[in-house]
Design a protein around this ligand. Structure first.
Ligand SMILES: NC(=O)c1ccc[n+]([C@@H]2O[C@H](COP(=O)([O-])OP(=O)(O)OC[C@H]3O[C@@H](n4cnc5c(N)ncnc54)[C@H](O)[C@@H]3O)[C@@H](O)[C@H]2O)c1
Length: 251
């Protein structure tokens, strides 16, 4: 499952799943990767670590994916530097531990704009470049919350992640004729800073127990499933959702 010569853009690249995807893609031979995140310092650290072990061009872009003008600038700069974008991974996301009594229009919008609007904006801006090349892979990170509703996170979290699945299907239909495959991954409980910040120790233990495999997944395990969908080993899958949850939700 090599990515030789491929160029990728990974959002949420400073941490957790996004950072693991960057490492995995670089080891798989990607030619160039744009690391997109609001956390510039952390993204630079990931880039430094990756560049010390792989021969891969890296561009760190401090971009808020919910802002269309920033996304446009980041995509333009990537095209200027790398000439194309063959793979887009939408991993940027937030899952604030806000419950119904504290839900406001403002915090609802923040979750929806980061998780759903952000993925939409990146897809909208990158797809024309893939269309030009008649090849592309788009992988959107959803969640079990899309199927179960939010558990500990803000109610908008599950809504945004269900929206990601419909966005994935709509885009898969639109771009199939252009050789662009669009899929979603629905992770269960994955050991990342997001999971550690938003779940209590007790909740985390319960999630591990709920999985048939009796443990959390790792960001590297999740990144391997992203690599599969991004690679030439995946040629007949589009509009699909890959469940990577250790058996915690059987769909
Ligand atoms: N960890 C889990 O158990 C789990 C489970 C299901 C789904 N997910 C999803 O996986 C994705 C990655 O989560 P993670 O666990 O790696 O979280 P994480 O917090 O470790 O990483 C998320 C990254 O997104 C960045 N980000 C947040 N808002 C942004 C914005 N507006 N623009 C650009 N970057 C932004 C953050 O700075 C952070 O670096 C998220 O979409 C999350 O909802 C995670």
């Amino acid at each position: 499952m090599q990515l030789d010569g491929k160029t990728a853009m990974v959002t949420g690249a400073a941490s957790g799943i996004g950072a693991a995807v960057v490492r995995t893609f670089a080891r798989a031979g990607a030619r160039a990767i744009t690391l997109v995140d609001v956390n510039e310092q952390q993204a630079e650290l990931v880039a430094e670590e990756v560049s010390s072990e792989c021969d891969c061009q890296l561009f760190v872009s401090t971009t808020d994916v919910s802002q269309g003008d920033q996304v446009q600038q980041m995509v333009d700069e990537t095209i200027r530097q790398f000439g194309e974008i063959s793979i887009l991974v939408n991993s940027a996301g937030i899952a604030p531990a806000v419950h119904w009594p504290d839900v406001t229009e403002e915090n609802w919008r923040q979750v929806m704009e980061t998780n759903l609007h952000g993925a939409f904006l990146c897809l909208l801006t990158v797809a024309p470049h893939m269309r030009q090349k008649q090849w592309g892979r788009i992988i959107n990170i959803s969640s079990v919350g899309a199927f179960q509703g939010s558990m500990t996170a803000h109610p908008a979290y599950g809504v945004s992640k269900a929206g990601i699945l419909a966005l994935t299907k709509s885009a898969a239909k639109e771009f199939a004729a252009d050789g662009i495959l669009v899929n979603a991954i629905s992770p269960g409980s994955i050991e990342t800073p997001l999971a550690r910040q938003n779940f209590t120790e007790q909740e985390r233990q319960a999630y591990a127990e709920a999985a048939l495999l009796k443990r959390h997944g790792t960001a590297d395990e999740l990144a391997d499933s992203v690599l599969f969908l991004a690679s030439d080993r995946s040629t007949y899958i589009t509009g699909a959702t890959l469940h990577v949850n250790g058996g915690s939700l059987l769909v």
